[in-house]
Every structure is written in C-alpha cells, then in structure tokens.
Design a protein around this ligand. Structure first.
Ligand code: AMP
Length: 214
C-alpha cells in the first residue's frame, strides 16, 4: 500500500507504520528517523538539520525534498510505502504530488490519526526510543516499558528520551504541527484521499487502515 500518515507528534504514526510493514512488506519511511540518523552520523545533512530539530521547528522543505526524491525511487519502495512524518507542509505536499506524477505512482490513502491533546502530551513525555539506528523500537514507560535496566527488549541498546522531547520542544512541535501540518488534512480531503481515524488502539487503527485501502 502507498499511504501518508498524518497526525500530531505522538499520535502513533511510527508505531502503526511499523505494524503495517509486517502486513504487506510496504516500507516505513520516517523523515524524522532519517534526520536523526544523519545527526548521529554527523553528516552534512545532519549538521544542517540538528538546530531546527532540537528547537522543535521544521527542517527546510528543500532539504526534505532532496531526501524524499531519492528515497522514493529506491527499489524497496516497489512493494509500497508508508510515509511517516512526510509531507509536513503544503509545499512538501505539492512537491510530493509532482514527484509521484513523475515516477508514475499514486497514493492509496492519507490517514489522519486524530488523538486528543492531553493524550499526546502524556505519550510524548513518557516515550522512550531505542538508540540503535537500525532498530528505533518505540517504548512507553507506562504501557510498554523497555527492560528494567532501560535497554531495548529487541536489540539491547539503551532506550532513551529524544532530544526534542523536552516540554519546551514538545510544545513548539505541537504548535508547528497545528500551523504547518494540520492544513494538509483539508489539502488531501479536496483530493478525496483523507480518512480520519480517532481510535487510540494501534491494533484497531491498523485494522481500519487495512479496510480503508482495500
Ligand atoms: P518526527 O520524528 O517525525 O517527529 O520528526 C522529528 C523532527 O524532524 C521534527 O520535529 C522536524 O524538526 C524534523 N522533521 C521530520 N520530518 C520532517 C519533514 N517532513 N519536514 C520538516 N521537518 C521534518
């Protein structure tokens, strides 16, 4: 399947995308993961992106489009892709539209995960993420804790709080979402692509997405 996952930070896009990859082999493409790996590796891209990310601001559209033009044409995307955290602005959505025409592909659906703000805030402050770039399993200290010593159940690397999960950065990320990304819900509604899902259970969300793309 070829879908875009929309939703505020902490809405569950990453968790749901990981579950859907196991379903039909579509690849999860998280621009956030790509950028965090670039920061860790100290690459040119990482150096350009780091400041924006730590402040909870968006990385400039042209950097993101350079990444995505290349990524969407890699062979593993042939089976489908789950876009997690991209597009994030109207210019990115317009550029994606042009890119998909160029590579002759169409989106199946745009899934809008609609989660109340108090749930989002609680999830983001209790979230832990595996620090191994090849794993990045997502934990929650209340509902899905890592091992008692704070390491990842899957690979053993430390599960850590992300640099942008301080209260200040979270507040800024939510503001940025409302201002820059929420307008995409209507953008894709006009294209007849948006399906809004309000469930809080990842399993139920995954079921509803499977039905929506059939
Ligand atoms: P995420 O893991 O999706 O919450 O992304 C973490 C951070 O990476 C965001 O707060 C932005 O600074 C940056 N980022 C990720 N995806 C994008 C995007 N599509 N456009 C601009 N910035 C992005």
């Amino acid at each position: 399947m070829r879908i875009v996952l929309l939703g505020a930070p902490g809405a569950g896009k990453g968790t749901v995308a990981k579950m859907l990859t196991d379903y039909d082999g579509s690849v999860q493409i998280s621009t956030g993961d790509i950028l965090r790996n670039a920061v860790k590796a100290g690459s040119e891209l990482g150096k350009k992106a780091q400041g924006f990310m730590e402040r909870g601001e968006l990385v400039p559209d042209d950097l993101i489009m350079d990444i995505m033009e290349a990524r969407l044409q890699e062979p593993d995307c042939a089976k489908g892709f789950l876009l997690d955290g991209f597009p994030r602005t109207i210019p990115q959505a317009e550029a994606l539209k042009k890119l998909l025409v160029k590579i002759n592909l169409k989106l199946d659906r745009v899934i809008n995960l609609d989660v109340p703000k108090d749930v989002i805030l609680d999830r983001l402050t209790t979230r832990r993420t595996c620090s191994n770039p090849d794993c990045q399993e997502i934990y929650n200290i209340k509902s899905k804790p890592p091992k008692p010593d704070g390491t990842c159940v899957k690979c053993g690397a430390p599960a850590v709080q992300r640099a942008d999960e301080t209260v200040e950065a979270i507040t800024k990320r939510l503001e940025t979402y409302n201002e820059k990304t929420a307008p995409l819900i209507d953008f894709y509604k006009k294209e007849g692509l948006t399906t809004t899902i309000s469930s809080l259970s990842s399993e139920e969300i995954v079921d509803q997405i499977k039905k929506a793309v059939k």
